[in-house]
Structure formats: C-alpha cells, structure tokens
Ligand binder design. Structure first.
Ligand code: NAP
Length: 302
C-alpha cells in the first residue's frame, strides 16, 4: 500500500497503527520519529519500525505517507519543520482528537502538491507510549476523516484503506462538526472524570482513603478515565475550547435542573431521565461500541 511511512510520534496510537502495518505488510519500510531516545529504543526493541530518528525532516524524507501521532499542540511546529523535506505528492495525515485546530495548524505550512487528510481513530485507552499499543485497538471502531475542501479523492481513499485494514469503519465529517460531537461524547466525560477524581483528592485524608477503598462502584470507572495522559488532554481542551464550553454550558443547565428535582423530591423527573439514558446505553450496545478494546497480542511481543 505504501513504500515508506513516517510516523511522527510512536506512542499508543502510532505504535498500534505500526503494528497493523507490520502485520499486514502495508509498508515497505516504517520510520518512527519521537523526541526521546528512550521511546525510539523501545519502538526498535518491539520491532514495530525499521528505522528511528529524532529529526523530523529526516523522518519524512522520501516518505509517501506521513502520519502525525503527537499531541495536538505540537502540530504547527512539526508541520513547519517537515514542510521543506516532504516528497512531492506525499500524503500527510494525522490521528489528533481535535480536527479544526489540526487543519489550522498544519495546512498553512504544507507546500502545493502535498495531500493533507486529517483523521481521528475513535479508539484508545488511558495508557501512553509504544509499549501500550496493540494491533487490534482499532478493530470495529470508527475512523473519522475530516478532509479540507478540495482534497484529492485518491489520497482520501488511500488513508481510508489503511484504516480499513486496521478493522475500522470509515465516516466523513466536517472538522467543526467532528469537534462538536467529540466534545460531548469524549471531551466532556473526561472533564467530568477529572473533576470528580480531583474533588475526591481534595477531601480530607481519612475520607480519601475510604474513597479509594470502596472505589468498586462508579468512582473506579472515573479513575480509569482520569488516568489519561495529562498533556494530550490539556491540548484537547485548549484546542477544542469553544465546543467544550458550549457543551459544558448545557451540562451545567441540566445539572441545575437535576439539583432542583432532587431538592423538591421530584422523582418523576429523575426517573424519566434515567429511563431515557437506559435507552441510550442500549443504543451503544446495539452499535457494538460498548466493549473496550483488549490488548490481546501483548504476549506475542514478550
Ligand atoms: P502518546 O502515547 O503519549 O505518544 C505521543 C508520541 O508523540 C510519543 O512518541 C512522543 O515522543 C511523541 N512526541 C511528542 N511531542 C513530539 C514532538 N514535538 N516531536 C516528535 N514527537 C513528539 O500519545 P497517543 O495517545 O498515541 O496520542 C497521540 C495523538 O493521538 C494525540 O494527538 C491524541 O489526541 C490522539 N488520540 C489519542 C487517543 C488515545 O486514547 N490516547 C485516541 C485517539 C486519538 P516521546 O515519547 O519521545 O516524548
């Protein structure tokens, strides 16, 4: 499918797609770029890439596919650095969780004749780094493509085909619409988890230990989400500020409504909402999106 693939960033997402490309022989060679020797050495030890470098221009040299797999705040600098070294006709894609900011940061730097196909795999875990990746992470999950107007169809199809090999379903969205949808389905739930766990840690010491001790209830699930990478999530909230603030406003209104219902003992309102949300859960199960992906191939690498 590709001659030479450059992965800028080889953490959870970069290393997972590298494993897919290795498994299905989708690239003649894969070069990984990261900031630290440690990460690059791990990628080499896992045998998921052919070459490594800390220099972005060196990584993209001669690559027909460049995939940016770093936190969104790094995109502008990375695009600027790679631009002069890109092979004419190369496809540049990414996996960032916010799409308008990705387009705004990358497009102005790219020379004519480079195809930019932004994308976002709706798959992940709370873990980071090359060791946390696994080849079936994207199996049965959505890969959302948000191409800027005028993007060549052949380039879009190539990126889509790569993700189909990873087992993903493909959908196309406008970047702004993507950001609104993800603000409610992913970003707000993370914000709530960070808040609840943060509030608990502010409680006095003895209560905190009780919180951890009895965390088998809902709190445990929040701690898993709140263990997600701090840099990645810092960038997501800042890059998707408008959509997150809009959804947060709606949530605050709804929360105030629930607060009132509880205060005045309005059980009808509470029960009606909880019945509606049960239906939503049924929908998620029917869509096959309820089971978290499992790293089933980790043993093979040991
Ligand atoms: P990760 O595991 O933390 O890996 C990030 C990688 O980027 C590391 O290899 C890091 O190298 C490298 N990096 C960071 N800054 C760099 C720079 N300036 N130049 C070159 N390399 C740099 O992150 P991830 O979870 O794979 O997330 C990557 C992207 O995927 C993010 O944009 C995120 O929004 C998106 N995403 C994540 C998930 C998820 O659940 N994690 C899901 C969907 C999409 P070092 O280790 O050497 O610092």
């Amino acid at each position: 499918m590709f001659d030479r693939v450059a992965l800028i960033g080889i953490g959870l997402i970069g290393s997972s797609i590298a494993r897919v490309m290795r498994r299905d022989k989708l690239a003649r060679s894969i070069i990984a770029c990261a900031r630290t020797e440690k990460t690059l050495n791990t990628a080499k030890r896992l045998n998921i890439v052919d070459e490594t470098t800390q220099i972005i221009s060196e990584a993209v040299h001669g690559a027909d596919l460049v995939m940016i797999c770093t936190p969104v705040s790094t995109y502008g600098e990375i695009a600027k650095e790679m631009a002069p070294a890109l092979k004419p006709g190369a496809i540049v894609t990414d996996v960032g969780s916010v799409k308008e900011a990705a387009v705004t940061a990358v497009v102005p730097h790219l020379p004519k004749g480079i195809h930019f196909v932004p994308g976002h795999p709706i798959a992940g875990t709370e873990n980071s780094g090359p060791e946390s990746g696994f080849e079936n992470l994207f199996e049965g999950r959505w890969f959302l493509i948000t191409p800027p107007p005028g993007t060549e169809q052949a380039a879009i199809d190539k990126v889509a085909n790569l993700w189909k090999c990873a087992g993903s379903h493909i959908e196309y969205l406008e970047p702004a619409h993507h950001d609104q949808v993800l603000a409610i389905t992913s970003h707000l739930p993370h914000l709530i988890a960070y808040t609840i766990v943060g509030t608990a840690t502010d409680l006095e010491e003895d209560i905190k230990s009780e919180v951890v001790k009895y965390s088998a209830s809902g709190f445990r699930d929040f701690t898993r989400i709140a263990a997600s990478d701090p840099v990645m999530w810092r960038d997501i909230f800042i890059a998707n500020r408008d959509a997150v603030l809009e959804m947060l406003g709606r949530l605050s209104e709804d929360l105030a409504g629930l607060q009132r219902a509880i205060r005045i003992g309005d059980g009808e309102t509470l029960e009606a909402l909880f019945r509606r949300t049960q239906e939503i859960r049924r929908g998620v199960i029917e869509a096959g999106q309820h089971i978290p992906p499992a790293p089933v191939n980790l043993d093979k690498e040991k």
